[in-house]
Design a protein around this ligand. Structure first.
Ligand code: HEC
Length: 189
């Protein structure tokens, strides 16, 4: 009943009620009401799934792994950002990374139990900012701007403060620039 819970969470968030959080995507849905994000932090207007490079994807299992993946996460950035990373070992100022979070469908295919993308649950955006051009905001710090958008929303974020909503979960990747690089074969050098 993930869709139903999604709807409940969305309604509760809109009403300013906080719910106990269970599945991974809901960990980012705080009681922060939707707020206009800084423009560079918006979900890119370009069709990034066609125009950009897919760095990699993660399948996240649910409570019963035999049911297949509960979510598929797909991560994208621009070709220019990939080239800069391969050259310099870090993402350049202004580089944008988008992570799609998909619910899944799972079927017995001729390969085995296969899970694939269903509905878009939400999107995470990180924008490289080492020069402070994003300005002072509770969504900016540690060299990045940070925002989450539920569903197919592109401008109104439910991220208030990245230190509350994002950072603890990215801390384990601190020595790789806060990124889960192990999932991105394109960036292996
Ligand atoms: C529940 C823990 C958790 C929270 C909270 C969280 N992240 Fe992440 N994030 C991860 C993990 C783990 C990955 C890589 C593996 C995956 O997606 O399953 C990741 C990957 C990403 C990626 C892809 C690039 C990378 O870091 O490898 C982006 C972009 C991202 N997160 C943005 C955000 C933003 C913005 C927030 C806050 C609004 C946030 N995340 C909050 C755990 C979290």
């Amino acid at each position: 009943m993930r869709t139903r819970r999604n709807t409940l969470v969305a309604l509760a968030v809109a009403a300013g009620i906080s719910l106990p959080v269970t599945a991974s995507v809901f960990a980012q849905v705080t009681d922060t009401p939707p707020t206009p994000a800084e423009i560079p932090l918006h979900v890119p207007a370009v069709d990034y799934r066609v125009e950009w490079v897919q760095l990699g994807s993660f399948s996240v299992l649910g409570e019963n792994p035999a049911d297949g993946a509960a979510e598929i996460h797909s991560v994208y950035t621009t070709r220019e950002a990939v080239e800069a990373y391969l050259r310099d070992g870090e993402f350049p100022q202004g580089a944008v990374i988008v992570k799609d979070v998909w619910s899944t469908r799972t079927e017995e295919l001729t390969t085995g139990t296969a899970s694939y993308a269903g509905e878009l649950e939400g999107r995470f955006v990180m924008v490289r900012d080492t020069e402070g051009t994003l300005g002072a905001s509770p969504r900016v710090g540690d060299g990045w701007g940070w925002a989450f958008y539920p569903g197919d929303e592109t401008n109104m974020t439910v991220t208030g403060d990245y230190e509350v909503d994002c950072l603890a979960c990215h801390e384990p990747a601190r020595d790789q620039g806060l990124l889960y690089l192990q999932g991105y074969p394109v960036l292996r050098r």
